[in-house]
Every structure is written in structure tokens, then in C-alpha cells.
Design a protein around this ligand. Sequence first.
Ligand code: FE2
Ligand code: FE2
Length: 239
Amino acid sequence: MTSITEIAPNVHRISVLMPEINLQFNHFLVVDDEPLLYHTGMRRMFPDVLEAVKRIIDPATLRWIGFSHFEVDECGSLNDWLKVAPHAQAVSGIVGSLVNLNDFADRPPRALNTDEVFSTGQFRFKYRPTPHLPHGWDAGVLFEETQKVLFCSDLFTHNGDVEPITESEILSRARQSLVDFQAGPLMDYMPYTPKTRSLLEGLAALKPKTLATMHGSSYTGDCAKALLELDGIMKEMLG
Ligand SMILES: [Fe+2]
Ligand SMILES: [Fe+2]
């Protein structure tokens, strides 16, 4: 149930399908001088994600572990990774570090300011806080500036055993999944706040070329347009 796809040069998508909820959980390994893993995965997925990482690099060489917000699919196995990778460090925003990681992580995290950029070698990652987008006070995203890959967490979530990356629009799928969530016990997955539009406009202004989504296909194409259209869908469904 685990598959690996290189969605951009040196950006590997490690996808684990959870058939009982028909949902993919995607973890992204960025291979560089200082390898970075975005989304640790749940604790129970750790053996599968670790095996997948081993097919690409020696996990002990991992240096950075990033994610959007404190939730088990984002960072549940953080401490398992810190054990297998002795030089690895969680990288998060100020809020995430102060509120969760300074206590939760077995080693101190690196806390990033708004739009702070750090380099892993050939790649440069910018941190952008996005409070309550998709959800969580501590939410944020990483944007890799050289290849313009936006690691956008739960934004554009859609169900299904879908293709790793697509150039076809993913908004209608994301809208359908939101309709389904709103009709069941997972309703109000994301809030629509007075700041949602401006946060999405800010991400669109980065002009991403690829959206690395946690649940569903990654997308390559006019990502700025997709982000602005996502605002309309969220407003309609959740506003
Ligand atoms: Fe989430
Ligand atoms: Fe998620």
C-alpha cells in the first residue's frame, strides 16, 4: 500500500493508502545535502514510511523534519524519526515550537519566523505561518523556492487511490471531498475565517508550480489560480 514517486527533482512522495477511509497519506522526502522529511506520518505508519525512506536514503542522514500543524498524521512519529536520525531536528514556526514542540519533541526544534528562509544545500525553504489554515493555531507551510514547490498540507484534500501527480485540476475533487466531509462526522474539517482569503492570496503570490498535498494527488500547473479558487470553494462550503 506504499508507493514512491518523484514529483519534482529530488522531491519524493511516499504515499500510504488507508483503504478503510479511502484516503492517501503522503509524506515528502526532499533529498539534498541536508535531507528534509515533510510530514512524519502517524506512529502506526512509521515502519512503512521508514522502509520507504530507506529505499531512497539512509534515514540516519535526515537533518530536518517539517510539517504544518500538530496532528498525528503531520507529526505523530516525530520522536521515532529523532531516534533513527541522530542529527535530525524538527523545524516549525514560533507558535508550534512554543506551544507543542518544546515539550513534545525529544530534542529542541528550530523555530522559524515569518518568511524566514533556510537552505538544505541546493534547496531553499521559506516558512509561512497560516494560522487556522487548514486548521490549528500553529499551522504553517513550507515553500521550496528554487523549484517552487508548496508543501500545502491538508489544502486540496481529496479521497481515493489517485495518481501521484496530475496536471488536471484537483479542485473539483477537493470540493467533492469537502461536500462528503460536511455530510458526516468529519464536518468542519477546516474553518473559514476572516483571514482565509488573505492567507490564500499570500500563498498564491508565491507563484508555486507544484502543490505537494498531504491527501490526494499533487498538482502541477497554475497553482496560484487554484489557491484563489480554493478560497471560493471554502467560503461556499464553510463560510
Ligand atoms: Fe490536519
Ligand atoms: Fe492531514
